[in-house]
Design a protein around this ligand. Structure first.
Ligand code: ATP
Length: 203
């Protein structure tokens, strides 16, 4: 009798999500469909920030907004694995911890926007990432990503590339509109807009 191996195909979408917006959701849906993922984890970065431009909202508020945004979306869930770990967030640690948590039968697909894909050669232990996950780089308006032009040593040089959905939204723009008391109702899910308003975030 032949044994069949069941593999859980898991998308890993890391970000500050400060706040999560409909561009993130569209990217995750497109990758989920194209790569037949069983689930997509939205992994929220910690608050312990060593770099420039720390997140504006706390990790717990950013996590809550992701939970609200993905609730009711089949296969999508929020992960606090990076918030629970001590110290700054590095994707190599996220992937190692997820490997331990999900087990051998899971196959990981790291989802990155074009801007993030290009910066991967500057990530901590970025060269180890291809051994820990398939990398899926997604096009982003204004970011010209040519995987073929990346040198062989670049972590994203062997990435899969998905051009769409090309939605021109950034969290920076969402925060800018909110600080000018402008509406973001087209840019974030309504549950997230309500949370932002109730908590008085990004004023
Ligand atoms: P900010 O404007 O604060 O830098 P952001 O909108 O880029 O935020 P992040 O949480 O930093 O959002 O991004 C998480 C991941 O989502 C990154 O890999 C980023 O490249 C990707 N991403 C965000 N928005 C888009 C978009 N509109 N299209 C494609 N990828 C995106």
């Amino acid at each position: 009798m032949s044994s069949s191996r069941i593999t859980n195909r898991v998308g890993v979408f890391g970000g500050t999500f400060d706040p999560i917006h409909v561009g993130h959701l569209a990217v995750a849906s497109a990758v989920q469909k194209e790569f037949e993922l069983d689930q997509v984890l939205f992994v929220v970065t910690s608050d312990q920030w060593l770099r420039e431009n720390p997140p504006v909202a706390s990790a717990s508020d950013r996590l809550r907004m992701v939970e609200l945004a993905v609730s009711g979306m089949p296969g999508f869930s929020a992960s606090d694995i990076d918030i629970r770990r001590e110290g700054s967030t590095y994707t190599v640690d996220t992937l190692k911890d997820l490997h331990a948590e999900l087990g051998e039968s899971s196959e990981r697909f790291l989802i990155v926007g074009a801007d993030s894909a290009m910066s991967m050669d500057r990530w901590k232990n970025g060269d180890r990432i291809p051994a820990l996950a398939n990398i899926v780089a997604v096009g982003r308006p204004g970011q010209n990503l040519q995987i073929d032009a990346l040198g062989d040593s670049h972590p994203a040089s062997g990435a899969e590339y998905l051009e769409g959905p090309m939605i021109d939204i950034s969290a920076t723009r969402v925060r800018g509109l909110l600080s000018n008391k402008r509406s973001v109702s087209d840019l974030v899910p309504s549950s997230v807009a309500e949370f932002i308003e109730k908590q008085g975030l990004y004023n």
